[in-house]
Design a protein around this ligand. Structure first.
Ligand SMILES: Cc1cc2nc3c(=O)[nH]c(=O)nc-3n(C[C@H](O)[C@H](O)[C@H](O)COP(=O)(O)O)c2cc1C
Ligand SMILES: [Mn+2]
Length: 621
């Protein structure tokens, strides 16, 4: 059976020695988030700040917990499973009851029935989340971190945002970060494609909203899971816990919220009312661009007796949300496979922020089946956000980066196997996309052609080992490294390009075109080297990736996918047999070939703060 409350989970972490309790005051402004970030990067424990210090210097009455799910093991513990795939297997079990077998041996169906029953939420009259009701509610009194230096303010980063379909009343609970604008005003960052936005778009009058904080970990997990249609987050939370989710009615509106949450912030939105939200250091390791989002007006705040406020920090991976995301991937894969029979396995690496890359192994009974698999996947729920899908052979280990490089090396013919899809749906967070919510997608077919397929993998001839050395000598190249005989990555520092620590807001056509010329000249110099005739893949990125550093692979994966746009940044040589992949940060430009919107800074802490925290942590851990 699952956790009944957040408190119970935190206590279990403490018993296991996986909790750091900090009893001295810690600033919610930068300090708490930086500690959580350093902890997750070290694979360290969860942390509870008993005395979070608010921006005005007062100590909050409520403790702040961070990094609760910051390792794979803790995420599994939160979910109460050995492997997240157990969850998906259970869901598939419910989706395909073998009626014939159940009729023969009725008792085998009993556990299905029990699981089915556990899915319906249960209404209770007074939830624990309403034990205390705050007079004159003021959100600024909660310990809500400001995680990054350029953030537009404090953000609730693990909020469970509850809305109801104005017509059917069906409830939705999604995690959409919520910016604190003032004591009674909160920004709701539900992106266009999400259920909360759907409810708001179809609502004519004031729409009730509740933001829940804390609660049993299964409820938190449910709110971020991209569930199959017709399965609600409340039902899924029940399924995860093995018991019906208790829900209770809000005090100032008609919504029903999980009764065992730590806090409920109640309120409403007014149709058409928006306010500039952000910037916010986001999942992709960059600040997400400011934009207009709805405002929630707060009408009540209630909480349980001894509540804790859980929050997270997102930014350059690996971060806590990466572990949650990986668990979601593993948990929902069985369901995806059940719905898409030609998918064998799939993996979305956390380093690429999930939505920028999927590696998918596919059945291949007939020519080009793998491409059909990729297209099907791109139409499945939030998979619509994917930017690059690499399809690989059935026996390929999707989680192994070396196997991926092997497949790109030996099973891709550049002229035949790169399929681009123009003008598709993009994640609102995709800062690289030329237009908001729209980008091109890339399917790379790295499978072995089946019999009857006319594609032959052309061998372009051997690449000399000395290529990296000659490439390093080219003007503008900082480092060069061969990843495979036909695959090289170089780093460069192009003059005038965006610096990691600063965003570039305005288009500068002159500098942008100079930058494009500099890039082209480096690329062409490399392609001009005699030894590079067989160089199928040339990856070019900024020199803030150090190709000699210990974790260069993770860093490279992040840069190659989070600074690259399919439509703008793939360049083919004259013969079409070699490709250059531009993952350098571009200068904003409207003229294009394709536009570059504002280019956001990378999420970076103040180096002095990092040093201070590292030295303190080295004594505590
Ligand atoms: C820490 C964290 C923060 C998130 N913030 C947002 C956000 O601000 N806006 C958004 O649209 N989705 C955000 N998401 C993703 C959604 O929670 C996720 O897509 C969820 O499935 C949406 O639910 P829905 O399909 O019911 O809309 C976040 C996820 C996590 C783990
Ligand atoms: Mn939903």
């Amino acid at each position: 059976m699952g956790w009944r409350s957040l408190e119970e989970f935190i206590r279990a972490l403490e018993v296991r020695g996986e909790l750091l309790r900090v009893s001295h005051p810690v600033d919610v402004r930068f300090e708490a988030g930086c500690i959580a970030d350093r902890l997750v990067k070290k694979g360290g424990p969860a942390v509870v700040f008993d005395q979070p210090r608010l921006e005005d210097g007062r100590i909050s009455r409520f403790p702040l917990a961070m990094n609760l799910f910051g390792t794979r093991e803790r995420t599994n513990l939160a979910l109460g499973v050995d492997e997240p795939s157990d969850i998906g297997e259970m869901m598939v079990g419910l989706m395909k009851p073998d009626i014939g077998a159940i009729l023969k041996r009725p008792w085998t169906g009993i556990h299905l029935l029990r699981q089915g029953i556990s899915m319906a939420p249960k209404r209770v009259s007074r939830g624990k989340c309403q034990q205390v009701s705050i007079d004159d509610p003021d959100v600024t009194k909660l310990p809500i971190p400001i995680t990054w230096p350029h953030d537009g303010g404090p953000f609730m980063t693990l909020p469970l945002v509850v809305t109801a379909d104005p017509e059917t009343g069906t409830h939705n609970m999604g995690m959409y970060r919520s910016q604190v604008f003032g004591p009674k005003e909160v920004g709701l960052h539900w992106q266009k494609h999400k259920h909360g936005a759907d409810h708001a778009d179809s609502s004519e009058g004031r729409m009730p909203v509740a933001i829940c904080l804390g609660g049993p970990p299964q409820v938190i997990f449910s709110s971020i899971s991209p569930l199959p249609d017709n399965l609600s987050e409340y039902e899924f939370a029940g399924l995860l816990s093995g018991r019906r989710l208790r829900i209770t009615k809000c005090q100032t509106n008609e919504l029903w919220v999980p009764a065992d949450c730590d806090f409920v912030i109640e309120g409403y939105t007014i149709p058409g009312e928006t306010r500039m939200e952000g910037p916010f250091g986001d999942h992709f390791g960059h600040y997400s661009l400011e934009d207009e989002y709805p405002v929630m007006h707060v009408t009540a705040i209630t909480h349980k007796k001894d509540p804790t406020v859980p929050m997270t920090i997102v930014g350059v991976p690996p971060m806590e949300d990466g572990f949650l995301g990986e668990a979601i991937g593993d948990a929902l894969l069985p369901v995806l496979k059940f719905q898409h029979r030609d998918i064998v396995d799939a993996f979305l690496p956390l380093e690429t922020g999930f939505h920028n890359l999927a590696i998918v192994s596919s059945k291949q009974r007939f020519p080009r089946q793998a491409r059909k698999t990729a297209l099907g996947l791109l139409g499945a729920g939030q998979m619509m956000f994917l930017k690059v899908v690499v399809v690989v052979d059935e026996n390929h280990t999707v989680k192994d980066l070396d196997s991926l490089l092997d497949a790109l090396e030996s099973r891709v013919s550049i002229p035949d196997d790169l399929v681009t899809l123009k003008g598709m749906v993009a994640d609102s967070l995709a800062h690289t996309s030329p237009w908001e919510n729209i980008h091109d997608k890339l399917i790379i077919d790295a499978t072995t052609p089946v019999e009857g397929d006319p594609i032959e993998n052309t061998d372009l001839g051997p690449v000399s080992n000395s290529l990296a050395i000659s490439a390093s000598a080219i003007d503008g190249v900082t480092q060069a490294r061969m990843l495979r005989p036909s695959m090289m990555v170089i780093t460069t520092e192009i003059e005038g390009g965006p610096k990691p620590e600063e965003s570039m807001e305005d288009a500068n056509e002159h500098l942008a075109s100079l930058q494009r010329e500099r890039f082209a000249s480096i690329r062409d110099s490399i392609w001009g080297l005699g030894a590079s005739k067989g160089l199928k893949w040339l990856f070019i990125t900024d020199s803030d990736a150090d190709l000699e550093s210990e974790d260069w692979r993770r860093r490279l994966l992040w840069q190659l996918f989070c600074r690259f746009d399919v439509g703008r940044d793939l360049h083919f040589d004259g013969a079409g047999t070699r490709v250059a992949w531009d993952a350098t940060a571009p200068i904003p430009s409207e003229a294009g070939p394709l536009p570059v919107r504002r280019w956001p800074a990378v999420t970076l802490h103040d180096p002095d703060l990092v040093q201070k925290i590292d030295s303190w942590l080295s004594k505590r851990l």
